[in-house]
Design a protein around this ligand. Sequence first.
Ligand SMILES: Nc1nc2c(c(=O)[nH]1)N[C@H]1C(S)=C(S)[C@@H](COP(=O)(O)O)O[C@H]1N2
Ligand SMILES: [Mo]
Length: 391
Amino acid sequence: MSNPRRIVTTEPENSETPLDKAGSWVTPNRLFFVRNHFAVPQVDAAAWRLRIEGCVDRPREWSLDELNTLPERTVFSTMECAGNGRSFLVPHVHGVQWGAGAVGHAEWTGVPVRLLLEQSGLQPETKEILFEGLDSGRESDHPDVLTFARSLPLEKALHRDTLLVTKMNGEPLEAIHGAPVRLLVPGWYGVASVKWLGRIAALDHSFHGYYQSKKYTIQQRMPDGATKKVVVGPMAVKSEIIRPHADEKLGLGTNRIFGVAWAGQEAIARVEVSVDGGKTWADAELLGPQAPYSWSLWEYLWEVAEPGAYTILARATSAGGRVQPGSHDPLLGGYQIHFSRPRHVAVERQKRSDDRRADLGTLLYDMNAFAEENVRLALDVELEVMEGAGI
Ligand SMILES: Nc1nc2c(c(=O)[nH]1)N[C@H]1C(S)=C(S)[C@@H](COP(=O)(O)O)O[C@H]1N2
Ligand SMILES: [Mo]
């Protein structure tokens, strides 16, 4: 079957979710974007072992069968690459030239990392947890062969929603997304969610590997005006317009503006739309679940009486009150590109033949079923019981 994703580079594959075709709350696996630094490693699931070492009383290795005896948990979470949208930056910034589609939303299932760390006897001096993938290769600005490795602050690593994922959208995790086991760090930029995990180490110091000192860092402005280099972590608040498409020709009357919005560890509280380039704003309607980690779908029914050229903008606000900015902060470099990007459309006098509201039902794809199941709540209860049993 041909690859339905939008290819950005072929070796290794870096490809985007075709957002214009995937207007559903959950992004199907075959459409979910791929971000690889190196070739996909060949991993034999039967021979695979996950080593836990460092500041622990009982270092050990886990096989897949052993891991599968521990209680699982399911989390819905949006994953976005920190470089998503880089191709829209002016001036040009070096790196993979992502359009808007290095983002997706999925149902992730796996064992909380915390259960393994607790079994290993974490020592009190532990500061960070290091996660290392089984892929390796070279970068042009580094002399040695590199592995893909990232650390997390202890608190985030021990959060019950930080998972060793084996299923994505209820299906076995695919090789390209990190099989047999990848990390999911919900609400954080995708770079934290290390694929093809081979090793976890408890560290009594902070880790400064290539992918969190040379790459995936931003400058942060301090209260005294100075700047400091920090590692990209939690995702910013952002919205993306899915319809109308760029340069789409619309007719007079009701036009549906539709999109997604996400705010990392927070839920989305509000999305506003402007059809006059940012002079005036009106509230969009949020559709379906608004939950921490998950993106929300939104729509705005736009009544247009006058033909002409229009500039549409969307602006998201998180539950905690963070507001999507109107421009890219240069201190962020080629990462965390979350400003409201104008979408230019033309409205013409003649009536359109298709009805853009008719497909709303299919766009909402099983969303109500997910909300009714209330999967996350059910799993909360289950984990509590297991923890009480001393796991
Ligand atoms: N081992 C390993 N893990 C990795 C990467 C990688 O290249 N190697 N890429 C990271 C980045 S930058 C992102 S955005 C996500 C993408 O996950 P996906 O390819 O499943 O969408 O994986 C992360 N985990
Ligand atoms: Mo990424």
